[in-house]
Design a protein around this ligand. Structure first.
Ligand code: SF4
Ligand code: SF4
Length: 135
């Protein structure tokens, strides 16, 4: 009878002096693993221009069918996405879009704070994805 009680108290004491596994979110943030797949970013080149050429491969491969791309042509006949949207309510963060992109134009990064108040705010358009990680 007394032995299980002592065992339990011993465990409590041991745990009392170990480092807690919990953090004080949102003051403290989790450091995510390098392969973590969070919110997407539409990347830019060195001049700050959008890299995406609106080939729609990411939309074709997306199993959740949550990417919408509408291509357009610029003055020097370069293609760019007039519309690029990701519906985060449907996205399963599988990373297929990143893998399919031939230009590394869409990358899933470490941001996991995507909670919002309305469904509309979770439809990320081109500008939101473009500036998602701008400091
Ligand atoms: S992470 Fe997966 S589900 Fe989400 S947009 Fe990319 S391909 Fe679609
Ligand atoms: S993000 Fe990549 S795969 Fe998707 S449309 Fe743009 S260039 Fe193509």
């Amino acid at each position: 009878m007394i032995i299980p009680l002592l065992k339990g108290l011993g465990l409590t004491l041991r745990t009392f002096f170990t480092r807690p596994v919990t953090i004080q979110y949102p003051e403290e943030k989790m450091v995510m693993y390098p392969r973590f797949r969070g919110l997407h970013e539409l990347t830019r080149d060195k001049e700050g221009k959008i890299i995406c050429v609106a080939c729609e491969l990411c939309a074709a491969v997306c199993p959740a069918n949550c990417i919408r791309v509408e291509p357009a042509e610029g003055p020097t006949h370069q293609r760019f996405p007039k519309v690029y949207e990701i519906d985060l309510l449907r996205c399963i963060f599988c990373g297929f879009c990143q893998e399919a992109c031939p230009y590394e134009a869409i990358i899933l990064r470490e941001n996991y704070e995507t909670a919002n108040y309305t469904r509309k705010d979770l439809l990320y358009d081109r500008d939101k994805l473009f500036h998602a990680y701008q400091k």
